[in-house]
Write a protein that binds this ligand. Sequence first.
Ligand code: OVV
Length: 405
Amino acid sequence: MRTPLPPDGLIEGISSDIDPFGDEFLRNPWPYLEELREIAPVVYFPMYHIWGVARHEEVTEVLRDFTTYSSAAGVGYTNMLRDKPWRVPSIILEADPPLHSKTRRIVSKVLTSSALAKLKTTFEERAFELVDQLLERGCFDAISDLAEEFPLAVFPDSVGLQPGSRQNLLRYGAMVFNGHGPRNHIFEEAMKDTDEVRDWVNAQCSREMLAPDGFGEQIYRSVDTGELTEEEAGLLVRSFLSAGVDTTVNALGFAVLDFARNPEQWAELRADPSLARDAFEEVVRLEAPVAAFFRTTTRPTEISGVSIPADAKLLVFFAGACRDPRRWDNPDSFEIHRHPVGHTGFGSGIHSCVGAMVARLEGEVLLGVLAKRVKRIELAGEPKVRLNNTLRGLKSLPVRIYADD
Ligand code: OVV
């Protein structure tokens, strides 16, 4: 069954032929997001029969009202309650309260600040090792050699994953995030080896495979207390592996690009490396590595005077809100002193990124170590975008770095 169209007239003046899953949009969404923000507070995309919000006010309004704007039909283009999804749904991302409240509480307890404080030294050791190796090379690809290398060196160990085959995590991430889009060529390409990679990931999530004391084993302790079934625990561990790698890879890649393009900001960070955490936060605002997720309306509703029918898919452009000039001064510029409180790069509301503290720790540590060791970051070639239905990121970023004297 298709969602009924709103009565004639309601769509007039709010429709757009922009394709938010087209190559051009995904390669450089910013001019399109600006156009979408200008059209109306809510936009209708006839080619997909979906609605969208791209202004900060409406994005946060939608994310606050989790009853009207549900996640249980999935946060991608497909309505998972109607069409069979490619994997068992996530019990934290693709769920509403009360299920979401329970799983969220359990994951939050594992990711406390005291748990993360214990990881900081290990993260720093790995960062120094990696950066010192890269300084010897001078010229390298900041995506494969740094932005992918660092999270893969620290995050799977924090979860307690078995060593080896960690590139599979990148292949799985590509499926998860491209799988939130429509079945375009990017979706089809990502889903080529679905069975093999999905089976590998599921196997890593079983209790026997997880090292003692990692995040994964700590999730399984909620099985012993009767709060989770064994199957639910496995699905929550899967959420760590789904959401925790590609997101940070892309954020760290953009961090390098943003500093290469803004040497005066690099000078400021070097003058005071304790700004590393603020700088990373500004990268997440400016780049919004998770560009958008959907919600599904549970009733006919109205946002800023625009009516949306029940059972409609609504695309929530986090990236649009992150650069909305109604909310930010000079929204397109990278300013590490900005303190972008209220940015939607980690979402907003009850589903806002539960792993944000892990991401921030990775960002703070890597940028802090780079700031202490590296005098200058130069582009050594054109950065290339990696097209993804949900994520913004680069597939290559040739750079040259120079050691501090
Ligand atoms: C935030 C996010 C992204 C992708 C997957 C998941 C969560 C998950 O829970 O599987």
